[in-house]
Design a protein around this ligand. Sequence first.
Ligand code: DX5
Ligand code: ZN
Length: 232
Amino acid sequence: MSFDRSIKIAPSILSADFADFGREIQAIEAQGADWVHIDVMDGHFVPNLTFGPPAVRAFRPHVTTFMDVHLMIAPVDPYIDAYAEAGADMLTAHVEAGPHIHRTLQAIRGAGMKAGVALNPGTPVETVEPLIDMVDMVLVMTVNPGFGGQKFIHSQLEKIRRVRSMIGDRPIHIQIDGGCDPSTAPLVAEAGADVLVAGSAVFKDGSVDSPSVYGANIRAIRAAAEGARDAA
Ligand code: DX5
Ligand code: ZN
């Protein structure tokens, strides 16, 4: 996939119907999702538990865009090969997940995937500086990870700006995750984010039987974000 900074909407299937992931993924892609965001939680790094490599492997044939796997787990390294085999296009690990994030990022690229590094809201931006040439994406969490439907944390906007200036002209995406909706999308887009993860704001009021609602939700977020860019 060639690199660009256009706004990309990545619905998080954390807000999908857990009994119907295949059709949910097909529905959001048909309705304009650019990437599919998969939130892996271990009940240890975060206080919630979702799915592991066999589930991600089962999602793979349904994803025709880009499978973006966000690991909220610790440790990470023992599972990297399993997510590569499951077909992840991008694997994102948290800087807070262990003492050897540098090695983790090397291993992710070594396994043939794009590498992302994520920062919790309480983690300073400087922690990614020594890693910047090892990653394809920096994920700035705009909520404390673990659950969908939380309130956007405005103090992270300054962090997004600082990541954007750190990146310069390197081909590195800035992703934000948490509390993204048409009211917060302009703020993150203006600050420099290009990949917007949204769970509740995409799946709200829709279903696989009324997928056009997903389409309207995705378009509303995209239009809000692009509007802020045009105004800048
Ligand atoms: C939070 C997850 C997010 C979350 C976003 O731990 O990483 O992807 O599902 O959900 P919303 O958009 O509902 O805040
Ligand atoms: Zn996520």
